[in-house]
Design a protein around this ligand. Structure first.
Ligand code: UDX
Ligand code: UDX
Length: 456
């Protein structure tokens, strides 16, 4: 029988199989969430990572980051023997049918993304699949700039692609930290950027088993799928820099509040209410990195980066706007004590990657202020950067006690409930800078409240 026919028969068996066996390489907030949700749904799932300590901890039910629901999922999957964690990639690829590649694509100093982990991973995978000699579907989840799948990934597998033993699909994820599990279970869209129709069909078959009722699917080529991901994140970043620019105008108009403007324009269905919260600038492991990668990529084509560069510039300036509010009340001065409430790049995560709190606290230290910090989840990560240069407080009360100024940088729900009385009672002087607009200006009218986007 010709190899092509045997492949066809083999793939037919493969597609018909009810439950494809899943592996995930790279167990960050994306990879681990995907692995756990798959195993909880009954797919045989193996999670692989190069980080031995991470694997050891996962086997003990200890995730190395905070993500709501992850610990319970991990506990359930371990107890029901639904998941396997290993550093052994060979054993994994031989015992699964499709693999999600979720290794890191961190930014380089010049703003482009570092593909070394993706390259390492696909070369390791190729070596192993050459000897597996059975069909395997590879799904690239990591965010890579346009044409990476076509120019970097596919050439590595050209021999196996020709034999029909491998298909590669670029299948971007849209998971938000803090909502990773929810966003996996209820995606707004599935984008399938297949190198071939066949690969896309198999991934759609898998998703049919996974979701039961299929979410909307867009089939396209890998490059289009890569650009959809970048366009999605760049638009979100644009919305945030837009409302921050409006906030910076409101700042100078007495009685004008950006939150009122945001609410009003959000009523226009063409705009929508989400991602119009003015703040200290967007952070996280995706928006800043993806925007900068898109700027670098689009610079190749006749100044198409102009808008994205402006979005990035607004964002880089936003922390200075926050510091200017402290300067405006004469407290950006040596030996003043400032309490910082919130360090994570947003609420419901311990992640401080590209958090604006890092830049702001560095500037506070540079201005020789005494910095006290509190965050429900992110203080251990913050300590890895600032060590004993600042004071870590286990409670809000301890943090704001005897301080000259309190700066709110993350919109944790627990901070939204803080009363004016508490600040008045505990602080040397109740000077509050609300960089997240979570306090009601009317309730705090008796205290000195400065806030992003609030003209006074
Ligand atoms: C990752 C990508 O960084 C991001 O571009 C994509 O959009 C989603 O997946 P994240 O889950 O935050 O985001 O990844 P990260 O926190 O960087 O973790 C990546 C994991 O891959 C780490 O656990 C790392 O140990 C692991 N890894 C890295 C490997 O297993 N193999 C490698 O070769 C490199
Ligand atoms: C983002 C995208 O939302 C997600 O689709 C993609 O897969 C990964 O990147 P994430 O980085 O987890 O998710 O956080 P997100 O909720 O988008 O917030 C990013 C930053 O923007 C945070 O610093 C947040 O505080 C800030 N932000 C968000 C605002 O300042 N204002 C807003 O209205 C919304």
């Amino acid at each position: 029988m010709s190899s092509h026919n045997s492949y066809k028969r083999q793939t037919k068996r493969f597609i018909s199989s009810k439950k494809l066996r899943v592996s995930v390489i790279g167990l960050g907030f994306v990879g681990l969430s995907i692995a756990l949700v798959n195993s909880k749904k009954g797919f045989t799932t193996i999670g692989v990572d190069v980080n031995k300590e991470k694997i050891r901890n996962l086997k003990k039910g200890i995730p190395d980051f905070f993500e709501p629901g992850i610990e319970n999922y991990l506990d359930y999957c371990l107890k029901s023997n639904l998941i396997k964690f290993t550093t052994n990639l060979e054993e994994t690829l031989f015992n699964t049918d499709l693999t999600f590649v979720c290794v890191g694509t961190p930014p380089k100093n010049d703003g482009t993304i570092d593909l070394k982990y993706i390259k390492n991973a696909i070369c390791d995978i190729h070596k192993i699949l050459k000897s597996k000699k059975k069909y395997h579907l590879l799904i690239i989840k990591s965010t890579v700039f346009p044409q990476t799948t076509k120019d970097v990934v596919l050439p590595v597998f050209s021999d196996l692609l020709k034999k029909g033993l491998v298909d590669v699909v670029m299948n971007p994820e849209f998971l938000r930290e803090g909502y990773a599990i929810k966003d996996i279970l209820e995606p707004h869209l599935i984008v399938i950027g297949g190198n071939s129709k066949h690969g896309g069909q198999i991934l759609e078959k898998y998703y049919r088993n996974f979701y039961g009722k299929l979410p909307e699917i867009i089939h396209c080529d890998p490059t289009t799928a890569e650009l959809i991901k970048y366009a999605n994140n760049a638009f979100l970043a644009t919305k945030i820099s837009f409302i921050n620019s409006i906030a910076n105008i409101c700042q100078n108009l007495p009685g004008v509040d950006v939150n009122v403007i945001s609410k009003a324009i959000g009523k226009d269905r063409r705009i929508g209410p989400l991602f119009l919260n003015a703040g200290p600038g967007f952070g996280g492991s995706c928006l800043p990195k993806d925007l900068s990668a898109l700027i670098n990529f689009s610079k190749r084509y006749d100044n198409t980066d102009m808008l994205f560069s402006a979005v990035e510039k607004v964002n880089k300036t936003q922390p200075i706007k926050v510091l200017n509010l402290i300067k405006k009340i004469n407290l950006l001065k040596p030996s003043k004590t400032i309490s910082v409430l919130g360090l994570a790049f947003k609420k419901d995560t311990d992640d401080i990657r590209a958090a604006t709190s890092i830049e702001i606290v560095k500037k506070l230290i540079k201005n020789k202020l005494i910095v006290k910090v509190h965050d429900p989840k992110a203080m251990d990560n913050f300590k890895k950067i600032f060590g004993n240069k600042i004071i870590y407080c286990q409670t809000v009360d301890e943090c704001i006690k005897n301080s000259d100024c309190c700066l709110i940088l993350t919109e944790w729900d627990s901070y939204k409930k803080l009363s004016p009385q508490k600040f008045k009672k505990l602080m040397k002087k109740p000077n509050i800078i609300d960089a997240r607009r979570i306090l009601d200006p009317k309730k705090f009218s008796k205290l000195n409240l400065q806030a992003i986007g609030l003209g006074n």
